[in-house]
Design a protein around this ligand. Structure first.
Ligand SMILES: [Fe+2]
Length: 287
């Protein structure tokens, strides 16, 4: 389980989600950011300023693509138009990997723009594995699948979330994006151990971490991505780095977007934690 796969994508270092508010600052300056994650869905319309900016940023930085509308667990047929656009964007951007979420986002042509949870059953597992395999065959490359945060669980579930995630990765032969904040949020909301989740995921499948902020509502946590990362999530990030070793790490901020310098500061905090744990003076990135 701990043996490195020869075809595993490289450790890129410490990155940020590319947000339009920061285009000029990135292009005009030289911020201490090793790579960027772009929201695939925002760059699927041919032409226009976002794609032009992306092309320029791509010339300077490694890029990974992150989607929110694949709806891999839905019972609706795969959206082949969406997949065609995704493939075309990937050919243009040449991302290090392409990720989306272990969730569904709608049926009957309706996109609810929410990452909805699924029951962890053998039937759902077969369904998701089959769909990931179809998408991978179409794209001609492996997908990277991210664990989501959730607020409800299903009485029908036959296994834990981490057992489900592991089975998906092994059977579909895909990579994993381990969202540290999502594990923290779901562990709190459902009362499971975040450490059990961490220990239950195969190390050789994880190619990226997300670290993000959330909103604590006392009885439950909402995964808002609009706050700085809290101490508890930084603690879990420490355990995560100890367990998985060097994995490309990203601060994921989707709302209340602060100036770039603030996010770089948070990113440097992640860099410092990882460098200390991995016993390196500075964690170097690979292109
Ligand atoms: Fe995430």
């Amino acid at each position: 389980m701990s043996t490195e796969r020869p075809d595993k994508p490289p450790f890129l270092g410490f990155g940020l989600g590319l947000r339009p508010q920061h285009y000029s600052e990135i292009l005009d300056g030289d911020p201490e950011i090793d790579w960027f994650e772009v929201i695939s869905d925002n760059y699927m319309i041919p032409g226009g300023q976002p794609l032009r900016m992306l092309d320029r940023i791509r010339e300077r930085y490694p890029v990974v693509m992150h989607g929110v509308s694949l709806s891999i667990a839905s019972t609706a047929p795969l959206d082949m138009d969406y997949l065609q656009s995704l493939k075309a964007l990937a050919e243009r951007v040449q991302p290090k990997w392409i990720s989306d979420h272990l969730c569904w986002t709608g049926v009957h042509g309706v996109n609810l723009h929410d990452l909805l949870p699924i029951p962890y059953t053998k039937e759902a597992l077969d369904h998701v594995v089959d769909r990931i395999s179809q998408v991978q065959d179409f794209l001609g490359r492996r997908l990277t699948i991210e664990n989501v945060s959730s607020y409800v669980s299903f009485g029908q579930s036959e296994m834990t979330e981490w057992e489900f995630v592991t089975e998906v990765a092994e059977r579909a032969d895909c990579w994993l994006l381990f969202d540290v904040n999502n594990v923290y949020v779901s562990a709190f909301n459902h009362g499971f151990s975040a450490q059990d989740f961490l220990n239950g995921v195969p190390r050789d499948r994880v190619v990226q971490f997300h670290v993000a902020g959330h909103s604590h509502e006392e009885s439950h946590i909402i995964d808002t991505h609009d706050h700085p990362v809290c101490d508890e999530v930084w603690d879990l990030y420490r355990h995560t780095v100890k367990h998985f070793g060097p994995v490309s790490t990203m601060i994921e901020r989707d709302d209340n977007i602060p100036p770039l310098a603030e996010l770089v500061e948070e990113l440097n905090h992640a860099r410092a934690i990882a460098s200390e744990i991995l016993g390196l003076p500075h964690v170097a990135a690979a292109e």
